[in-house]
Write a protein that binds this ligand. Structure first.
Ligand code: GLY
Length: 388
C-alpha cells in the first residue's frame, strides 16, 4: 500500500532538526509526514556534537545565548525521553569542556571571553596553565591558561539522528524517502510539496527544515525564502587505542591562529577533531589543506594526537544565517514555517527547536524563548531554486 499523501504537518528535510520537529508534532496528535531521501543524514553525520552554550559564546550573540542555554537545560530530560522511546544509547556524556590558550594573544582573548561569560551569569572558572594540565595531562606544556566549563557536554550526533528516525517511525510519522522538488501554494497558502518522482504531498502546515539547502526549494515566494547559506566544516575522526585511554577526559578546545579547533573524546574511544569554517558554496571536498590545518592545530594543543589512528575524514555544511541564529516559526506565507539556520548550534538546539515548533504548530504562536528567532526579522531574499 502506498503511504498516505496527505497529513496535518509535512516536514521537508530529515536531518536532526526536521526529525525532532516531526517527532514532536506526531506526539501532539498531528498526522505527520517527512520528506527526505535519507532521513537521519545531513550535517549530523559530520558534527562533533558539542553542547557548548558557554564555550561557544560569541560577542554580540547574547540573545542566541538564551536559546542555547534553554536547550542545554532540556538535554538531560530530552535524552532520557528519546532513550526510553527507542531503547538506543545516544552517547550523551556529561564531561564538561576546557577551553585553553596557547599564546599571549589567545590568553587575552580567552580572558575577554571569560569576562563576558561572568557578566552573562555563566559558570566558567579561569585556570592557570598548570591547573589545565593537571586536569588534562596530554595538553601541550606551553598551554598558558584556560576556562573550565563543567556544564558544556557532548552527544554523539549520529546516534541522535538514528534514534530520532526510530522515534519518528514509532510515533507514526510517514517517511517519504525522496526529494521535495517544489512547494505548492494554493491561493495565499502553502499546501504541500511535489517530490522529484512527481508525487503530490499535501498538508495543513509545511515546515521547511532542510538545513543549508532550505533556501533552494522551488516555489517558495521570495518574501518567505530563508536566507541560509552553506558553511563548510571539515572534521576528522581518530581512535584512541585502549592502551592510551583515557586520552582526554573532557572536550578540549582552543583558537589557534584565529581558527577554532576542538577535540571531543567519546566514551567508545572515538576522538573527533573539528572543524574548519569555509565559505565555499556547496563544496564538500575533504582537502589536504583542511586536514593538515586541523592536525597541525590539534597537535599544538595535544602533541600525542599524532600517535592515534586517523579513521575518518569528512566535510559537512552548516546552515548559516545572516545573524548566526536559527529561523523558527511562521513565514510571510501562511501555512509555511521554518526550522533552519542553526549554523554552529544545530545539535545543541535540537530539543528546544522540537518544543518550539510543536508549540507554534499547535497554537500559532512561538513560545517566548523562540520569538526573537522568527524568520520575519529578515526581509525578502534572492531566489535560488533547486530540490531540497
Ligand atoms: N559547533 C561546532 C562547529 O560548528 O564547528
Amino acid at each position: 500500500m502506498s503511504p498516505a499523501r496527505s497529513s496535518d504537518v509535512l516536514v521537508v528535510g530529515g536531518g536532526i532538526i526536521g526529525l525532532v520537529t516531526a517527532w514532536r508534532a506526531a506526539q501532539r496528535g498531528f498526522t505527520t509526514a517527512l520528506v527526505d531521501p535519507g532521513p537521519g543524514g545531513g550535517a549530523a553525520q559530520v558534527a562533533a556534537g558539542m553542547l557548548a552554550a558557554v564555550t561557544e559564546l560569541h560577542f554580540g550573540e547574547e540573545t542566541l545565548l538564551g536559546l542555547n542555554l534553554a536547550s542545554a537545560r532540556r538535554y538531560p530530560d530530552f535524552v532520557a525521553e528519546l532513550t526510553e522511546a527507542t531503547g538506543q544509547d545516544l552517547g550523551y556524556r556529561r564531561c564538561g569542556t576546557l577551553a585553553v590558550a596557547l599564546d599571549a594573544d589567545d590568553r587575552a582573548h580567552l580572558r575577554e571571553l571569560h569576562a563576558l561569560q561572568v557578566r552573562s551569569g555563566l559558570e566558567s572558572e579561569w585556570l592557570s596553565g598548570r591547573e589545565c594540565r593537571r586536569l588534562e595531562p596530554m595538553l601541550a606544556p606551553g598551554v598558558r591558561g584556560g576556562l573550565r566549563v563543567d556544564g558544556d557536554h557532548q552527544i554523539d550526533p549520529r546516534r541522535l539522528a538514528g534514534a530520532l528516525v526510530t522515534a519518528c517511525e514509532r510515533a507514526g510519522v510517514v517517511l517519504h524517502r525522496t526529494w521535495a522538488e517544489r512547494l505548492t501554494v494554493t491561493g495565499d497558502r502553502a499546501a504541500g510539496v511535489v517530490t522529484t518522482d512527481g508525487t503530490e504531498l499535501t498538508a495543513g502546515q509545511v515546515v521547511l527544515a532542510g538545513g543549508s539547502l532550505s533556501g533552494r526549494l522551488a516555489g517558495v515566494p521570495d518574501d518567505a525564502r530563508p536566507p541560509v547559506r552553506p558553511v563548510k566544516g571539515q572534521v576528522l575522526r581518530l581512535t584512541v587505542p585502549q592502551r592510551y585511554a583515557p586520552f582526554l577526559n573532557r572536550t578540549v578546545r582552543a583558537v589557534v591562529r584565529g581558527s577554532h579547533v576542538y577535540l571531543v573524546p567519546r566514551e567508545n574511544g572515538e576522538l573527533v577533531v573539528g572543524a574548519t569554517s569555509e565559505e565555499l558554496g556547496w563544496d564538500t571536498t575533504v582537502t589536504a589543506g583542511g586536514v593538515y590545518e586541523l592536525l597541525r592545530d590539534a597537535h599544538e594543543l595535544v602533541p600525542g594526537i599524532t600517535e592515534l589512528p586517523l579513521t575518518e575524514t569528512r566535510a559537512g555544511l552548516r546552515p548559516g544565517s545572516p545573524d548566526n541564529a536559527p529561523l523558527l516559526g511562521p513565514t510571510a506565507l501562511d501555512g509555511l514555517l521554518l526550522a533552519t539556520g542553526h549554523f554552529r548550534n544545530g545539535v545543541l538546539l535540537t530539543p528546544v527547536t522540537g518544543d518550539a515548533l510543536a508549540h507554534v504548530l499547535t497554537t500559532g504562536e512561538l513560545p517566548a524563548e523562540a520569538r526573537p528567532f522568527s524568520p520575519l526579522r529578515f526581509g525578502a531574499t534572492a531566489p535560488t531554486e533547486l530540490p531540497v
